[in-house]
Ligand binder design. Structure first.
Ligand code: NAD
Length: 505
């Protein structure tokens, strides 16, 4: 199994870089091997060693930063429409690769192949969406009360650094690269050291589609080496981070030393609230999708299930029965709905948190305390009789584990939902329209669903409240993050007076 899986990963990757002997970073049109510490990767489906590669270190950052500055000038010198056309070409390149890219992602990240196909298509959509914006986002003329023509220009930041996690490597990379380059920036992307492969291929396809060499570099290696060297690099003008809150704080601290603006897309502990008047069949399916899809390794996962007491036992049983029917299996199997946890550290955390919940008095309504015999598999788990002060209700587990908490009134449901340091997402299930909107307005979350869960689109803004981060990705709002505003004043008076000091001219 190990030999096959290793071979698959290498073969799937070598398909894109047939002439490269060593895995590395994608810089200036080439795969450049690092010289740092060896990073050992493991197959999530077996737990066995798969491959290793050398950390890119500060040297790769210096190289990428230099070529990015050159490429960004070239890119910004194009017309806005021309940049848009290249972005449509990138989308075509990605669409043509759905199957091999999905396979590569599935093997490397342990994600079910059917999820990966959908994610690759979504990435193509992101380049189309922002390709359309390339010549439609511009400044304004401001009606100032003087003889001036005052207008604004939306200018690129220059080179931006993007740091992404392992749970949706391809998705997060397309999500951030597309708006950044649409607005004329160059990108240094630092994917998770555990899952750099599909991001490297996206870098290659961007160049193949006609973007200048070096416009997007993908830097392979650790956060404390590569990402920190990039934050310190003078060419970097903004940092966009997707990952855990603890790392987000470290990144924001390092960025603050250089007065670099940041966007932080962090974790969550989202409340999925079910009232007694909901369509319980749909709500139960929604509750399963909310937490078990992607093996719960999703920032918006509905990991706290708040259930109205009159239906609590019945509803927990419905979700638990559903959880037991979910097909857990090998990532490349078309029938698999839930694959393994991505890595051992995360697997150990998830297993520990399930035990922690049981030790604190929660009931294991679905799932097991037994460990996976091979690989990092965790069965869909329902912990019931949870109270909101337990660790399992407060800590981001980032696995297929839901904590069911009963509530008596609407006010109590909202209070429990908001009793969390996070504020990424949430949902309510009810057939009472007024109640649905009341709850949506009062829960502290950047994204909220009514009678649904997990609908996300590149056109709609996304981001967190509280410890889930700040700044917004997706939609028009991402374009503000990737541009800076210049206000230009043009004197138009016949006999202008140059003001001295603060005068009302
Ligand atoms: P992580 O914070 O461990 O790593 C994320 C990235 O940061 C990786 O590229 C890593 O190499 C880098 N990094 C690690 N230490 C660093 C340091 N000291 N300096 C600079 N960079 C460093 O996160 P993870 O475990 O890869 O991902 C899971 C987390 O991501 C979860 O908390 C999840 O909720 C969050 N997430 C959030 C969103 C969102 O949009 N809000 C989306 C996906 C994942």
């Amino acid at each position: 199994m190990q030999a096959n899986q290793t071979e698959n990963l290498l073969t799937a990757f070598a398909h894109y870089f047939p002439n490269s002997k060593e895995m590395g970073s994608f810089v200036d049109g080439e795969l450049v091997a690092g010289k740092g510490e060896q990073i050992q990767l493991f197959d999530p489906a077996t737990g066995e060693k798969s491959m290793s590669y050398a950390d890119g270190g500060a040297a790769i950052v210096a190289l990428a930063s230099e070529v990015a500055q050159r490429a960004q000038k070239e890119w910004w010198a194009l017309t806005h429409a021309a940049r848009g056309r290249v972005m449509f070409a990138i989308a075509r390149e990605i669409r043509a690769e759905i199957e091999p890219l999905a396979r590569l992602e599935s093997i490397a990240a342990g994600k079910p192949i059917r999820d990966c196909r959908g994610e690759v298509a979504k990435v193509a959509e992101m380049f189309e969406y922002y390709g359309g914006w390339a010549d439609k986002f511009y400044g304004e003329v401001i009606p100032v009360p003087t003889s001036h023509l005052n207008y604004t220009r939306r200018e690129p930041m220059g080179t931006v650094l993007q740091i992404t996690p392992w749970n949706a490597p391809m998705n997060t990379c397309g999500w951030q690269i597309a708006p950044a380059i649409a607005m004329g920036n160059a990108v240094l992307l630092k994917p998770s050291e555990l899952t750099p492969f599909t991001s490297l291929v996206v870098g290659l396809l961007i160049e193949r589609a006609g973007a200048p060499k070096g416009l997007v570099s993908v830097l392979s290696g650790y956060g404390h080496t590569v990402a920190q060297a990039a934050i310190a690099d003078k060419a970097v003008k903004k940092v966009v981070f997707v990952g855990s809150p603890a790392t987000g704080v470290r990144i924001a601290e390092a960025a603050a030393k250089r007065t670099l603006p940041c966007v932080l897309e962090l974790g969550g502990k989202s409340a999925n609230i079910v009232f007694e008047d909901a369509d319980l069949r749909l709500a139960a399916l929604g509750a399963q999708a909310a937490i078990f899809a992607a093996a719960g390794q999703s920032c918006v996962a509905g990991s706290r299930l708040l259930v109205h007491r009159p239906i609590h036992d019945k509803f927990v049983k419905m979700v638990s029965d559903g959880a037991r029917k979910i097909k857990v299996g090998a990532p490349l199997d078309d029938a698999t709905e839930v694959g393994p946890i991505n890595n051992k550290t995360q697997y150990e955390h998830v297993v520990k948190m399930i035990q922690n919940g049981v030790d604190a008095g929660a009931t294991l309504s679905a799932g097991t305390l037994e460990r996976s015999k091979a690989g990092y598999f965790v069965s869909p788990t329902v912990l019931s009789n949870v109270t909101n002060d337990m660790d399992v209700a407060r800590t981001e587990i980032f696995g297929p584990v839901v904590a069911a908490i009963p509530f008596d009134t609407e006010e109590e449901a909202i209070a429990i939902a908001n009793d969390s340091e996070f504020g990424l997402a949430g949902a309510v299930w009810t057939q009472n329209v007024a109640r649905a909107h009341r709850v949506a307005a009062q829960v502290n979350a950047g994204t909220f669903w009514i009678n649904g869960y997990k609908s996300i689109n590149v056109a709609s803004p996304f981001g967190g409240y509280g410890r889930s981060g700040y700044g917004r990705s997706s939609g028009v709002e991402a374009l503000y993050e990737y541009t800076q505003t210049k206000s230009v004043w043009v004197e138009t008076a016949m006999n202008p007076v140059t003001p001295f000091g603060y005068v009302d001219n």
